[in-house]
Design a protein around this ligand. Structure first.
Ligand code: GAR
Length: 211
């Protein structure tokens, strides 16, 4: 099986991207990150990608007259990389249904909450405001419902007395950096598929073989 071609799409800091790069370099993911795309030209993650020798592209949403036009350009950029897998790693735009359907079963997102709790923004602040005792992150397949696609896996962290938004965010982020590479590794090994809308994790290689 040839290595999976991965496109990572980001908006900012890129720490999850770095976790993926490290896992690829350590041989934990049978894949190659062929390109990193950001909708923000100043995203720090682009610097990390360039340092790792990965091709970068910017599709700046502010330069497009409509969401449809932005998404058409983003899809063209993604498809140019002929990806087996697209990873949204801190990508902060809501995507339309047609765009998302084009990548059904081959687009994963990491979200900083234990979905279905706290979809959307400000997840750490909302968890603290609710007095939640547990929080965490989720990796899910992307579907047209925002943060509502089939959940692949979650990592839980405690909310500790004295936590503020930044201490809680840091604890969740550490969990993200373990969870995302693990799931991407499973996908690239052919051990994770979306089967008629259901997540299937398998122990042996499947028909999803990439010869
Ligand atoms: C991460 O916490 C990720 O889960 C979150 O943005 C952060 C990006 O950090 N994603 C979302 O909120 C998506 N709705 P990073 O750029 O350092 O990886």
């Amino acid at each position: 099986m040839r290595p999976a071609r991965i496109t990572v799409v980001i908006s900012g800091r890129g720490s999850n991207l770095v976790a993926l790069i490290d896992a690829v370099n350590a041989g934990k993911i049978a894949g190659v990150i062929t390109q990193v795309i950001s909708n923000r030209p100043g995203a720090q993650g682009l610097v990390h990608a360039a340092k790792a020798g990965i091709a970068t592209r910017v599709v700046d949403h502010t330069k497009f007259a409509s969401r449809e036009a932005f998404e058409a350009a983003l899809a063209a950029a993604i498809d140019d990389g002929r990806p087996d897998l697209v990873v949204l790693a801190g990508f902060m735009r809501v995507l339309g249904a047609d765009f998302v359907r084009h990548y059904e079963g081959r687009m994963l997102n990491i979200h900083p909450s234990l979905l279905p709790a706290y979809p959307g923004l400000d997840t750490h602040r909302r968890a603290l405001a609710d007095g939640a005792k547990r929080h965490g992150c989720s990796v899910h397949f992307v579907t047209p419902t925002v943060d509502g696609g089939p959940i692949v896996a979650q990592a839980e962290v405690p909310v500790l007395p004295g936590d503020d938004e930044s201490t809680l965010a840091a604890r969740v982020l550490e969990a993200e950096h373990r969870l995302l590479p693990d799931i991407v590794g499973r996908y690239c090994a052919g051990r994770l598929v979306l089967d008629h809308g259901n997540v299937r994790i398998i122990d042996t290689r499947t028909a999803a073989d990439r010869s």
